[in-house]
Design a protein around this ligand. Structure first.
Ligand SMILES: [Zn+2]
Length: 476
């Protein structure tokens, strides 16, 4: 299974039509594959989607980063990940998709052989600390891959740097942090992952899941439809070809089925701070004077003079923000919020750069906008349906929102950036973004053989893929 991070079904289709992915095109025309759109659910982020795919369970994963009130901790992935500290509360009794196999560069270990896997695992398992090191050493000791890496890596570095300079000179917006991440992913991580994937096939491991993040990083840096971002898909296409060629010709001597999938899409974004340089946290600090407001990733604010007290943690993931009242245990509902912080929700909802605010309520969930309040309860009222229509099909979207709203680890106040049908207001400094609702970010793909009979029409989040993928494994 090849995971292409951040590529929507629509972008894949366009890339194939424009000739950027000749091998995927071959799979579809000559090998009976079709690309199916599916709904990744909300939040449209990798931790949520990957948990669904790998464990069939993405409960209580409300974002890319979130505040865990019980543990008093910011939960994050990537470098400096803290997920390991709360991991024992997740996936109990689940059989990972890759059990006994290899899960390469994923956010979760997923019961598989660890190959330079999540840092949080390695830190807590000194006996296996070498697992990642060995994959990297083997990579560097292989002269063929090393030659290829230096040749391609040098080119990639040169190309990304010149794209960045061109974008700067033509005054296009680029997200600098993501330009660096893009270079790192393209030059190093993609090649290491590809090497580990081939190695796992040669070892005849029964199920292999390998994650490639280059497209997502480039789309954050340059935008999902930027011609330079699309060019990266050629590189991914060649990796798919390399794995496909080894399906029945590997040192492990077993035949593999190949699935290619993505976890979420991306949309064009406009920064929340674009008009006046103010973040959501600075507004909340003004309205809750006396409180300490801490943004992850962002700043810390403390406005004096007010009668409020306490600590507010705000976590951002693309166009999604969670606001947590860290001193209050559990999740506040709409009535408790109004009692403790009168008028706050209405003020947030009235910001022109906010699309929808979502709250827990005893009547099945509430959405607030500057136009008023809307019930999220099923069946939807015509008012709520008309509101959700601006983002996506109202019925499925409402179900996905109800699920996120049922999580105890969602913010007391959940904020979605405004969406005009094409561009989303984003809380982070990115050109392309995801995590929220609206457009292609909710619609990734799975490329599967028609003969397997995959039906994604009723899938409401990525955990719906788990049973289909698990069924491809040979009975143990
Ligand atoms: Zn991303």
């Amino acid at each position: 299974m090849i995971h292409v991070d951040g590529l929507s079904h629509a972008r894949l289709t366009a890339a194939v039509e424009q000739g950027h992915m000749p091998f995927v095109s071959h799979l579809m025309t000559a090998e009976g594959y079709e690309s199916l759109s599916y709904r990744c659910g909300v939040p449209s982020t990798t931790p949520f989607a990957q948990a669904g795919i790998l464990f069939g369970d993405n409960t209580e994963i409300p974002s890319y980063r979130w505040w865990d009130k019980e543990a008093g901790l910011l939960v994050t992935f990537g470098s400096g990940s803290t997920f390991g500290k709360v991991a024992d509360r997740y996936f109990a009794g689940r059989i990972p998709l890759t059990v006994g196999g290899a899960c390469i560069a994923a956010l979760y270990r997923a019961g598989a052989t660890d190959r330079f896997g999540p840092a949080y695992e390695e830190r807590h398992r000194p006996d296996k600390r070498d697992a990642g090191g060995r994959a990297i050493a083997a990579f560097l000791l292989n002269p063929v891959t090393l030659y290829f890496w230096i040749r391609h890596g040098g080119l990639a570095l040169f190309r990304i740097a010149s794209e960045y300079l061109q974008a700067r000179f033509s005054r296009r917006r680029t997200a600098n942090v993501y330009v660096v991440a893009d270079i790192y992913h393209e030059v190093l991580v993609h090649h290491l992952t590809r090497f580990a994937l081939i190695q796992a096939m040669d070892e005849a491991l029964p199920a292999i899941y390998a994650c490639f993040y280059t497209y997502d990083e480039a789309a954050h840096a340059f935008g999902p439809t930027d011609p330079n971002t699309l060019r990266i898909l050629r590189h991914i296409d060649s990796t798919i070809r390399l794995a496909a060629e080894r399906r029945n010709a590997n040192a492990g001597g077993i035949g593999y089925d190949l699935v290619v999938l993505s976890d979420h899409g991306q949309v064009e974004t406009a920064p929340f701070m674009a008009t006046d340089g103010r973040s959501l946290g600075s507004f909340v600090a003004e309205w809750l004077a006396g409180c300490t407001i801490r943004e992850h990733r962002g700043r810390t604010f403390q406005e004096g003079g007010g009668h409020f007290a306490g600590r507010v943690e705000i976590t951002y993931s693309g166009g999604l923000a969670h606001i947590y009242f860290a001193d209050v245990p559990g999740r506040l509902d709409d009535e408790q919020l109004e009692l403790k912080f009168p008028g706050l929700v209405a003020k947030i909802a009235a910001l022109d750069r906010v699309g929808v605010v979502m709250l827990k309520s005893s009547s099945g969930g509430v959405l607030a906008t500057r136009e008023g309040r809307f019930s999220l309860k099923a069946p939807l009222t015509p008012d709520t349906a008309a509101l959700l229509e601006r983002f996506d099909s109202p019925g499925p979207l409402a179900a996905e929102l109800r699920r996120l709203n049922s999580f105890e680890r969602s913010g007391d106040v959940v904020v979605f950036g405004a969406f005009d049908g094409k561009t989303q207001v984003n809380f982070e400094d990115q050109v392309g973004g995801h995590g929220s609702i609206g457009g292609e970010q909710l619609h990734p793909f799975v490329l599967a053989k028609k003969a397997w009979g995959f039906d994604t029409s009723a899938v409401l989040d990525s955990s719906g893929l788990y049973p289909m993928l698990f069924a491809l494994r040979q009975p143990v």
